[in-house]
Ligand binder design. Structure first.
Ligand code: FAD
Ligand code: DLZ
Ligand code: SF4
Length: 508
């Protein structure tokens, strides 16, 4: 009996469990560009263009390999508009009610598939190194979950950077050698340019026509859109950037959006690259003497540690996770997240780069836009929807725990042991943004005081009850209490005034 085999836009891997289990002679692969997936948040036009182009090329590759592919384009008149309704339409067309799929990376879609009146088999997504069951076993009985211990287990399991049963070099983590600010005279080579081709051109026209008002610049389009291109991007990173990845991982420079980051998250999350092949190449660069251990360990930790851990949390915590709001933050996301003017240069740089590239690196996401939203008490669900929309690598399984958990502390401390908040001093140390800012990072109060300085205290004081007892935060409360009363009052009043002006829509 013929089966429909679903391949989603982030399942573009020839080794996908559903494809491995399918029968090339009798089954039909279903792929569909649908309004519901393209519209559950207002995705960045570059993300939609990347997804549709990569889907079309992957479908063509499957056809070349002899698969029967039923591909629906967004503009096809018979397009039913959602993944379940496309499956129902194809089921009727091919006279079957059997669907084979690899588990989607989002509860929303898992539930929608389960609700279909079709006979569905959902297979585990084994493109990850840790299954749901393994993560549950690891988490069971632990009072708090911490990535570092999880990471060690995965190092042992994969054998990456291991010296027998010991970590390579004697330590699991080399972060104390990292975290340097970048200087603007360092030479860096950004990711390779995209090659133009007719499939990409056609999709770019479609996206321009169908999503004219989504936030973000469609062109110039620089992403790779197939496996060969993704491999080129990976090799380019290993050759040109990996050696310096560790030291400059947290640095930010105006005019240099990538620094030594890999810019491969979108390829990995869409299935064009796999986690093990990436890490094996990085490890080989270390063993060949091309890249130092602190950079290679730091990079591998992001992929086998953070990425797997974050996914484990998403599936462990369940479908309600993105709704959490432990700090009861209710303020609306300011218009400058969608490109309106702001005088805060760091925010303007991070948002401007996001608009142009659908990319910002981790510290820009965490310590600029994320930090500001948390300090200002923005509703975490709005923050979550923004991150899900604007980055080309964003899918809920990875975006939500990073945003709701790590960045906004809205899960009450599942992902992070303390909130990632900082005053302007951190941004000044790690970037050159403050040089060109209307505000003065050294000013703690007054008309030009850096808003991060004001809001930092406002955040700590409004959540005093919750955080004062946290040993890693107690020092900050002592510092505040040692300030003169007049100064404390002034800081909090100016912070209030800033928030009011921001909420009114004044230029801040
Ligand atoms: P590099 O810095 O070069 O790191 C290499 C790879 O490590 C990344 O490609 C990614 O696959 C992995 N990685 C690194 N950090 C993380 C992390 N915290 N969680 C998961 N994987 C990680 N990452 C996404 O893939 N999708 C998202 O939607 C996403 N949303 C985020 C939202 C917020 C608020 C924050 C703070 C982080 C988010 N991240 C997300 C994590 C991280 O910022 C991106 O993975 C990274 O910036 C991608 O750029 P890169 O490929 O140059 O990564
Ligand atoms: C991100 C995305 C977009 C923009 N469009 C589609 C689409 O039209 N068809 C599709 O199959 N997948 C798309 N995707 C990826 C899905 O949103 C992704 O599979 C789910 O969010 C689960 O991770
Ligand atoms: Fe950002 Fe403050 Fe520096 Fe301006 S002074 S760039 S607002 S940290």
């Amino acid at each position: 009996m013929v089966k429909l085999v679903l391949v989603l836009g982030d399942q573009l891997s020839t080794g996908l469990s559903a494809l491995v289990q399918a029968d090339r002679d009798s089954d039909v692969i279903v792929m569909a560009e649908v309004a519901s997936e393209a519209g559950y948040v207002p995705h960045h036009p570059k993300k939609i263009a990347f997804t549709f182009t990569a889907m079309r090329k992957f479908a063509a590759e499957l056809c070349d390999k002899g698969w029967r592919v039923a591909y629906t384009r967004l503009d096809d008149p018979e397009n039913a508009g959602s993944i379940p309704s496309e499956l129902l339409r194809r089921a009727e067309e091919f006279g079957t009610s059997t669907v084979l799929a690899t588990e989607p990376g989002e509860w929303r879609l898992i539930e929608a598939l389960r609700d279909m009146p079709l006979d569905l088999t959902l297979l585990p997504d084994d493109r990850f190194l840790c299954s749901h069951e393994e993560f549950e076993r690891w988490a069971e009985g632990r009072k708090v979950l911490r990535m570092e211990y999880f990471y060690r287990e995965i190092r042992r399991k994969t054998g990456l950077l291991m010296d027998g049963d010991k970590p390579e070099g004697g330590k699991w983590n080399y972060d104390h050698d990292n975290r340097k600010p970048a200087s603007d005279d360092l030479f860096r080579k950004g990711p390779p340019e995209a090659r133009r081709d007719p499939v990409l051109d056609e999709v770019l026209d479609l996206v321009k026509r169908r999503f004219p008002s989504n936030f973000g610049a469609l062109r110039p389009f620089y992403f790779q859109t197939d496996r060969a291109g993704a491999l080129r991007a990976l090799n380019h990173f290993i050759e040109h950037a990996l050696p310096e990845f560790g030291p400059y991982q947290d640095a930010m420079l105006e005019g240099d959006p990538y620094l030594y980051h890999a810019v491969i998250g979108l390829y990995l999350n869409a299935g064009l690259l796999g986690p093990m092949e990436i890490c094996e190449k990085a490890e080989a660069a270390y063993r060949d003497g091309h890249a130092p251990l602190n950079s290679v360990e730091g990079f591998i930790r992001q992929i086998i540690g953070w990425r797997e851990y974050i996914r484990g949390i998403y599936f462990l915590e369940g479908p309600e996770y993105p709704q959490r709001n432990a700090l009861n933050h209710q303020r609306k996301l300011p218009a400058f997240y969608w490109g309106a003017e702001t005088r805060m240069n760091c925010v303007a740089q991070a948002v401007g780069q996001t608009r142009d590239l659908a990319y910002a690196h981790h510290i820009q996401r965490l310590m600029v836009t994320g930090n500001f939203a948390l300090l200002a008490g923005i509703n975490p669900h709005e923050v979550h929807e923004w991150y899900l929309a604007v980055y080309a690598d964003a899918y809920e399984w990875v975006e939500a725990p990073n945003t709701v958990g790590m960045s906004q502390f809205a899960d009450g401390g599942v992902v992070a042991s303390k909130p990632y908040v900082s005053s302007g001093a951190y941004i000044d140390r790690m970037s050159d943004y403050c040089r060109n800012c209307h505000y003065r990072v050294k000013d703690k109060t007054g008309a030009r005081a850096c808003p991060f300085n004001l809001l930092y205290w406002h955040f700590l004081i409004r959540h005093r009850e919750r955080f004062e007892g946290n040993p890693r935060m107690a020092q900050m409360y002592r510092t505040f209490d040692r300030m003169e009363e007049e100064r404390r009052t002034r800081v909090l009043e100016e912070a209030e005034d800033f928030l009011e002006r921001m909420s009114r829509g004044d230029l801040v």
